[in-house]
Design a protein around this ligand. Structure first.
Ligand SMILES: [Zn+2]
Length: 476
C-alpha cells in the first residue's frame, strides 16, 4: 500500500502550477521581503514562493518588474465596470466604497454578482440611510443629499430608524459604517454618537468624512475631536477619510492629533489621495451659503466636470440647480506631500469617473504615488508606498472582513491578487482635462490568479472579482 501515497506525492510534485510568475522583484511589506523570487499560483492562491524557477501552465516573465500585492482602495465611489477598468489599469485589485456606502448592502452586492473585474465591497452608509429615511430628492440618484436629508434634524423616531438601518447593514455583510457628516450638517452630535454606538456594539470600523473642513471655526480640528470622542466613548474603530481635503491648511495638526490618539491606544487611522484638488456634488450642503469662507476659495477655483469650465457667480447658480460634480482646486501642494509622506496615511482614491468625466484620481491615484511622489519627488521609499496601498488597508478592514487577511501580502497561502509594474516608468496619465487616461507602467495584474491586465492591456470578458463582506456579531 505504500506506493499509493508515494505516487500521489510524486504526481503533485510534477504537476505544473496554474500560473507562474518568474523572476520578478517580489516586494512584500508584511515580511519585508524585497528579492527576486518565482511565484507559483494554484487555485487562485499563492502556492509557492521560490528562489528557483517554477513550471506552470501559463508563465509570466516578470524580469525587471516589481511584484507587489494588488492595490486595495478603501475609498472608491466608482463601483461599476467603467470604473473598475480604470482601477485595474492603475493596479487596484480590491476597491471598497466605505465612506458613503449603501443603504441596502444585499441589493448592492446582488447588482454586481458575476460582473466584477476586481473584488468589491461596501459599508452601510449613514448618509444613504438618512437619504432613504427622509426621502431626500437625491435618493437613488446621488451619493449625498441635495435637500431635506442634509438640512433637517432627525426626530427620535428617525434616529431609531437610522440605527436599525445601520444594524441591518452590518448583519448583511457591510464592511463597517460610512459617514459624510459634512453632507448632513443637520445631523446632531447625538445622532452621530448613536450611530457610533451601533458600530461599537458590532466592533465595526467607521469611515468618516468629518463635519467641518479647513481653518475656519468651527474648523477641521473641532470636527476631528467630535469623532475621536465618539470613538473613545463607543469603542468603534475610527478611520478618517481624505485628511488633506478635510484638513486643508490644518492637515498637519490633524495628523499629529491622530498620532497622539494612537499612542494612547486608540484605534484611529486615516488616508489621503495624491492630488491638490477635491471633487463633490455642487448641489450638496458643502456649497450652502458661507462656502467661500469655509473652503478658502472663490468661483474661479471651482471647475464644472462636465465641461471643464471654471465657474462664475452666474454659472454657479445655474449649475447648482442641476445634477453634477465640481472639482475644487483648493488643497495646498505642501499638504498633499506632507500627508503622503506621513507613516499614518493609507492611499485611497475617493475616485469616481462617469462616462470619462470626473477627477483624475479615479484612474491615476496609485501610479501617481509610485511614479510622481515616490520615484520623482523622492518623498517616500517604494516599500513604504506599497505598504500604504496594500498591507495597511487590508489590516484596517480584516477584523470585520476576515477574507482581507489573505490580501495585501505576497506569501504562501495568500490570495493571488498581484500587481506587476515597472518601477522605472510607472506613472499616472489621467489629468483634470483628460481624467480617464489609464496609467502607464502597470504591466500585469492578477485577481485571484486570473490575469485581468496582461502586457499592459486590459483582458476582456473576465470577471474574477468576488464580494468582500463583513462578518459581524453584536456584543450582548
Ligand atoms: Zn468625502
Amino acid at each position: 500500500m505504500r506506493w499509493i501515497p508515494f505516487l500521489f506525492a510524486a504526481a503533485c510534485f510534477a504537476q505544473p502550477y496554474d500560473v507562474v510568475i518568474n523572476g520578478g522583484r517580489v516586494m512584500d511589506p508584511e515580511s519585508g521581503l524585497d528579492a527576486v523570487r518565482h511565484i507559483g499560483i494554484r487555485g487562485g492562491k499563492i502556492a509557492a514562493l521560490s528562489a528557483a524557477a517554477l513550471r506552470g501552465t501559463r508563465v509570466i516573465d516578470a524580469r525587471g518588474l516589481v511584484v507587489s500585492p494588488g492595490f486595495i482602495d478603501l475609498h472608491a465611489h466608482g463601483q461599476n465596470l467603467e470604473n473598475q477598468r480604470y482601477q485595474v489599469m492603475d493596479g487596484v485589485t480590491t476597491a471598497l466604497e466605505l465612506e458613503i456606502g449603501a443603504y441596502d448592502v444585499e441589493a448592492w452586492h446582488k447588482q454586481r454578482e458575476g460582473k466584477r473585474l476586481i473584488h468589491s465591497g461596501v459599508s452601510v452608509g449613514h448618509v444613504q440611510s438618512r437619504m432613504k429615511v427622509f426621502a431626500d430628492p437625491a435618493w437613488g440618484k446621488g451619493l449625498v443629499p441635495s435637500g431635506v436629508a442634509a438640512r433637517r434634524a432627525a426626530t427620535e423616531e428617525e434616529i431609531t430608524l437610522l440605527k436599525r438601518a445601520v444594524e441591518n447593514g452590518l448583519q448583511k455583510g457591510a464592511v463597517g459604517v460610512g459617514f459624510g457628516i459634512q453632507y448632513t450638517p443637520a445631523a446632531s452630535r447625538w445622532e452621530i454618537l448613536e450611530m457610533f454606538r451601533v458600530a461599537g456594539r458590532f466592533r465595526a470600523p467607521v469611515f468618516v468624512h468629518v463635519r467641518h473642513m479647513g481653518p475656519t471655526e468651527p474648523d477641521a480640528m473641532n470636527a476631528l475631536e467630535e469623532v475621536i470622542a465618539a470613538s473613545a466613548v463607543t469603542g468603534a474603530p475610527l478611520h478618517v477619510v481624505h485628511i488633506t481635503s478635510s484638513g486643508l491648511t490644518q492637515a498637519g495638526k490633524l495628523l499629529a492629533t491622530i498620532a497622539e490618539a494612537k499612542s494612547r491606544g486608540m484605534d484611529v487611522t486615516t488616508e489621503c489621495y495624491p492630488y491638490n484638488a477635491a471633487m463633490t456634488e455642487l448641489r450638496s450642503a458643502m456649497f450652502d451659503p458661507g462656502w467661500e469662507k469655509v473652503l478658502g476659495i472663490s468661483y474661479d477655483k471651482i471647475e464644472w466636470t462636465a465641461t471643464g469650465e471654471r465657474l462664475t457667480e452666474a454659472t454657479f447658480r445655474k449649475y447648482r440647480s442641476q445634477e453634477g460634480m465640481v472639482i475644487m482646486h483648493m488643497i495646498p501642494d505642501a499638504v498633499v506631500e506632507q500627508a503622503i509622506a506621513s507613516p499614518l496615511t493609507m492611499i485611497a482614491s475617493d475616485g469616481e469617473i462617469t462616462n470619462g468625466r470626473g477627477h483624475p484620481r479615479g484612474a491615476g491615484t496609485f501610479s501617481r504615488v509610485l511614479g510622481h511622489y515616490s520615484r520623482e519627488r523622492g518623498i517616500l521609499p517604494l516599500m513604504d508606498a506599497i505598504r500604504k496601498m496594500t498591507l495597511m488597508p487590508a489590516k484596517r478592514v480584516e477584523s470585520i472582513a476576515p477574507q482581507m487577511k489573505g490580501k495585501g501580502r505576497v506569501k504562501v497561502g495568500a490570495d493571488a491578487d498581484l500587481t506587476l509594474f515597472d518601477a522605472a516608468t510607472v506613472r499616472d496619465r489621467a489629468t483634470f482635462r483628460e481624467p480617464a487616461l489609464p496609467s502607464a507602467g502597470i504591466v500585469h495584474v492578477l485577481v485571484g490568479g486570473v490575469p485581468v491586465v496582461a502586457d499592459g492591456k486590459l483582458v476582456e470578458n473576465v470577471f474574477p472579482g468576488k464580494a468582500v463582506r463583513g462578518v459581524t456579531s453584536a456584543a450582548p
